[in-house]
Design a protein around this ligand. Structure first.
Ligand code: ADP
Ligand code: ADP
Length: 212
């Protein structure tokens, strides 16, 4: 199965990716946000260039992100399928991905769009916390961390009201224009992202029926 998980910041892409991987363990999870954060914390040249963009809630330039993904897609763990989470985020990224997949003779199966209205996004993002040891995603109100991990959860530097407002605006101006590209290929399925994560997971699973 070769999927793109698409949606605004805070839609639940990471949360649903984790659930999809439980059900489909052979999929490789390619989160460009996670890959870029790893590059920042390792202090690589890419991380040094990406850091300021990420802090401000701006997109990292296509020239930096595309290479990262194209290289990663060639790793053996992607051979049995992959889940792209947070990529492509611009039309140029979608076109570069298309060229790379064409070159490898690979086709995407679906682009799953998790739809959440803007009015819910700020609360989802500012309440988000992450367990640095397991990578598990929590929310202080909607899915609070258990007592054993509550003391160690961290908050992302860009999960502020200012940065999320910028990210949401970029999502509408730069990222939603990607959808007509995949609509034209008949790949887009839209899933309501409002409701309990397990209900959203069921909607995604039924949208994927018959795939892979
Ligand atoms: P994304 O990867 O799209 O930015 P996340 O999966 O990190 O989104 O989710 C953002 C925040 O919203 C997290 O704190 C997560 O726990 C919470 N969340 C995810 N899905 C839901 C949901 N269906 N209802 C309420 N909160 C959710
Ligand atoms: P969220 O889902 O909460 O918006 P991500 O973890 O997917 O956050 O991304 C965090 C940040 O990393 C983005 O705001 C952006 O700066 C950068 N980033 C991630 N993926 C991309 C991408 N495909 N293109 C450009 N920038 C990206």
């Amino acid at each position: 199965m070769r999927l793109i998980l698409f949606g605004p910041p805070g839609a639940g892409k990471g949360t649903q990716a984790a659930r999809l991987l439980e059900r489909h363990p052979s999929l490789a999870h390619l989160s460009t946000g996670d890959m870029l954060r790893a590059a920042v914390s390792e202090g690589t040249p890419l991380g040094k260039q990406a850091d300021a963009f990420m802090k401000a809630g701006d997109l990292v330039p296509d020239s930096l992100v595309v290479g990262l993904v194209v290289e990663r897609l060639q790793k053996p763990d992607c051979a049995d399928g992959f889940l792209l989470d947070g990529f492509p985020r611009t039309r140029a990224q979608a076109e570069a991905l298309d060229t790379a997949l064409d070159g490898a003779g690979i086709e995407l199966d679906k682009v799953v769009v998790i739809e959440v209205p803007d009015s819910l996004i700020v609360e989802r993002i500012t309440g988000r916390r992450m367990d640095p040891e397991t990578g598990a995603i929590y929310h202080m109100k909607f899915s609070p961390p258990p007592a054993a991990v509550a003391d160690r959860v961290t908050q992302r530097k860009d999960d502020t009201v200012e940065a999320v407002t910028a990210r949401l605006s970029k999502y509408h101006s730069e990222t939603t224009p990607v959808l007509p590209f995949y609509d034209a290929k008949g790949l887009v399925v839209r899933v309501d992202g409002v409701g309990a994560p397990e209900d959203v997971a069921l909607r995604i699973e039924s949208a994927l029926e018959g795939v892979g």
